[in-house]
Ligand binder design. Structure first.
Ligand code: F6P
Length: 325
């Protein structure tokens, strides 16, 4: 008996590890004898009928590559019912019964709509460097992004130390502080400014006072782009007014954090989730997202997937206080 066809696509911002997930899903599909096709440019390609056949050979030598060879998009058109209808017709025309969607929480919302309106089974795989998606401990891309940011900040620290300077380094994360907190701890930052702690400038002032007269002192303040303080440049102005004698600088890491070869951890996470997505289809699961919670594959219904924010508890605050002085 012929097995139903699977389609796979990547949606939203690219992250390192997408190719590893596609590769794993394509090869697992081949293993279970499903036909699998790729959809280029995410929801946009769904609307434009950009379906391409895939086989094990199509995904050779991509596990180490950043970006997504299927390309991606943040689709405005898919929000419009008129275009969604076209997308559903294309899925039917290409005989697709299951769609593997690699995306963040916004894309998963789109997936719920797609599943309920079209009857297609959608299996999600979580990716975002921001790590702000529920249903998994870590999303694909977070580990690489934090390692890139860490390396960049270590370099900035050399200049900061050599010239006794204070650098504000802005990292991505949209409205969440996962990247900033992780990277701030890993680089021994004197200040970590994240949306979840609501402007904890007092701690930063204390640290500046504490180290001001040390001979080889330097300061790194990691600022999450989503903090209500208004970004690294804004914070620099505030500090310049309070400490006019300290030489300051700003560095915005931006999209550097999203590119490049995925880390070992992201490659293995993506591979496990790519396999889990096809195995969900094989075991007749419907409309779930595959994640890893406490080191085990867990399937969460798509309607329960949401944006999540960093849990800042007393212990985290204590860690920050102890380590920054
Ligand atoms: O969600 C990932 C992310 O990189 C955020 O950290 C950032 O705010 C946003 O995407 C940037 O989006 P774009 O690439 O569309 O500018």
């Amino acid at each position: 008996m012929n097995k139903p066809n699977i389609a796979i696509m990547t949606s939203g911002g690219d992250v390192p590890g997408l190719n590893a997930a596609i590769r794993a899903a394509v090869r697992t599909a081949a293993y279970y004898q499903y036909k699998i096709v790729g959809i280029e440019k995410g929801y946009e390609g769904l609307i434009d009928d950009a379906f391409i056949p895939l086989h094990s050979g199509s995904v050779s030598n991509i596990i180490n590559k950043g970006g997504t060879f299927l390309q991606s998009s943040r689709s405005e058109r898919f929000k419009d019912e008129k275009y969604r209808k076209v997308a559903y017709q294309n899925l039917k025309k290409n005989n697709i019964e299951h769609l593997i969607l690699i995306g963040g929480d916004g894309s998963m919302k789109g997936a719920q709509v797609l599943a309920s309106e079209s009857g297609i089974n959608v299996i999600g795989i979580p990716k975002t460097i921001d790590n702000d998606i529920s249903g998994t401990d870590f999303s694909i891309g977070f580990d690489t992004a934090t390692n890139i940011a860490m390396e960049a900040i270590d370099r900035i620290r050399d200049t900061a130390t050599s010239h006794h300077r204070l650098f504000f380094v802005e990292v991505m994360g949209r409205n969440a502080g996962y990247i900033a907190l992780e990277v701030g701890i890993a680089t021994g930052a004197e200040g970590i400014i994240i949306p979840e702690t609501h402007r904890d400038l007092q701690l930063l002032y204390e640290n500046i006072e504490h180290k001001k007269n040390w001979k080889n002192s330097s300061y790194i303040v990691v600022v999450a782009e989503g903090d209500e303080i208004g970004g690294a440049y804004h914070l620099e102005k505030t500090i310049q007014q309070k400490y006019p004698d300290i030489y300051t600088g700003v560095s915005i890491l931006g999209h550097i954090q999203r590119g490049g070869s995925p880390s070992c951890r992201d490659r293995t996470l993506a591979t496990k989730l790519g396999i889990a997505a096809v195995e969900a289809i094989q075991s007749e699961k419907r409309n779930v997202m595959a994640g890893i919670i406490h080191e085990k594959i867990q399937y969460t219904p798509l309607e329960q997937i949401a944006n999540r924010s960093l849990d800042i508890n007393e212990n985290t605050i204590k860690i920050l206080k102890i380590l920054s002085k």
